[in-house]
Design a protein around this ligand. Structure first.
Ligand SMILES: Cc1ncc(COP(=O)(O)O)c(C=O)c1O
Length: 414
């Protein structure tokens, strides 16, 4: 199916459907009329098989305590074999309601109050919260922006491991918000450091199916197998990003090591006794069984929206720098050379009418960046582009936007 046909078939108007992205604009941004390009879900309906299996299950009408379908794991492993070739084993799998909940629980289980946990900002901001809210010590090693895009700073990371006696590393792979799909070399280097300093790794691979042409996702599981480091690795992933199922509350925690598994199972017995979501697992199994073509079409829509954004903005507002999108559906834009001040709310919300994720949510170092969600119709991306171009004309047309106190750098006035 072509991208246009996919959009015609699966795009849905979500306003008025209790959608967080569309219906919480007043509450979150103080303006219900903004164009929503923030929270990472999609404006597309799930694959047909998901809807069909859910209708069949709903029609049965009984929603008592349930078991995970017997073919859930095999269906998932077959999906893996067709896509990323990662080898999982059924006994490694534990379910949780969401990846963030899973990471929160893993921190509670495997670390103590005051323990040092390292993350790589700019990064998905709940990583900060799951550490800080549980009174663990947050240590950071910022990604660095280079000519070749964002890179891990391995020297700095190693120094942080040594100086802070890090217990746990939360890896974001692929990386939200910078859109990197880490290479085998990068993953080997970072995991080898964790191995050298005895650091437990949680690899958040929720975006692993959302890979753009020319890039290959490699799971930390594959690398840790090669390094003989599976006894220090836990992987979290889910069908929720891939197939837009976040509200169905079904995510995976993979614990390959028997000792880690036992410790986690004991912790679960004490603190988490929720059963599985029959709705979430029915939907996930259907998606993994037949969602291949749907995903391929979705990726062409995302690629198309990314091209639209980069081509139009590069031409019209060359001061905006857009990171290469290798994976995820989240574009990362550096507006610092364009805007006359870093009063982002004033420019992006009040003037351009966009609800986006602000750079400083991901790192104090990335104020002046924004993240735009591309998993929507090209018309909505067009609206965002048009509004930014209109704002550009306004900025460049008059100097009411540039007061001396506003200036953010000598070379930043247009
Ligand atoms: C890296 C990453 N992890 C986790 C999540 C959220 O996962 P969940 O809804 O399963 O908690 C997101 C959502 O955007 C994400 O980008």
């Amino acid at each position: 199916m072509e991208a246009a046909k996919f959009i015609q078939k699966y795009y849905r108007k979500r306003k008025g459907t209790d959608s967080l992205k569309w219906d919480a604009l007043q509450e979150r941004y103080d303006n219900a009329d903004l164009t929503p390009l923030w929270v990472a879900d999609m404006d597309f309906a799930a694959p047909d098989s998901v809807q069909a299996d859910l209708i069949e299950r709903m029609t049965h009408g009984v929603f008592g305590y349930s078991l995970t379908p017997a073919d859930y794991f095999s269906t998932y492993q077959e999906w893996q074999s067709r896509h990323e070739q990662t080898i999982f084993q059924a006994e490694w799998l534990h379910f949780t309601t969401g990846v963030v909940q899973g990471i929160h629980d893993l921190i509670a289980c495997f670390t103590n109050v005051g323990d040092q946990i390292i993350i790589q900002p700019p990064v998905y901001y709940p990583f900060f919260d799951v550490v800080n809210n549980q009174q663990r010590q947050l240590i950071t090693s910022e990604l660095v922006e280079t000519e070749a895009g964002y890179q891990m700073d391995l020297e700095h990371f190693e120094r942080q491991l040594i100086e802070n006696e890090i217990k746990l590393f939360i890896l974001c792979s692929p990386h939200n918000p910078v859109g990197r799909v880490w290479t085998e070399t990068e993953l080997k280097a970072i995991l080898s450091l964790c191995q050298k300093y005895d650091v437990l790794v949680i690899s958040d691979e929720i975006h692993s199916d959302l890979i753009l042409p020319g890039h290959t996702f490699i799971s930390a599981l594959t690398i840790a197998t090669e390094l003989d480091f599976l006894d220090h690795l836990i992987v979290c992933n889910a069908p929720s990003k891939t197939f837009n199922l976040a509200s169905l509350l079904n995510a995976h925690i993979w614990l390959p090591d028997q000792n880690l598994r036992k410790r986690y199972e004991k912790w679960e017995e004490l603190y988490r006794q929720t059963g599985i979501s029959v709705v979430g697992q029915t939907a996930a199994r259907a998606a993994y069984r037949t969602g291949d073509e749907w995903l391929a079409d979705l990726l062409s829509v995302i690629e198309g929206n990314y091209q639209l954004l980069t081509q139009r903005l590069t031409k019209q507002i060359p001061e905006i720098e857009i990171s290469e999108l290798q994976g995820t559906y989240l574009a990362w834009l550096d507006l610092r050379a364009w805007l006359p001040s870093l009063d982002m709310k004033r420019f992006i919300q009040d003037e351009a009418g966009l609800a986006i994720d602000y750079g400083e949510w991901f790192s104090p170092e990335t104020k002046g960046f924004i993240r735009i969600n591309l998993a929507t119709s090209p018309e909505i991306i067009e609206t965002a582009i048009r509004n930014l171009i209109k704002l550009d004309h306004k900025i460049k047309g008059g100097n009411q936007y540039v007061s001396d106190s506003d200036r953010i750098g000598t070379n930043r006035q247009s």
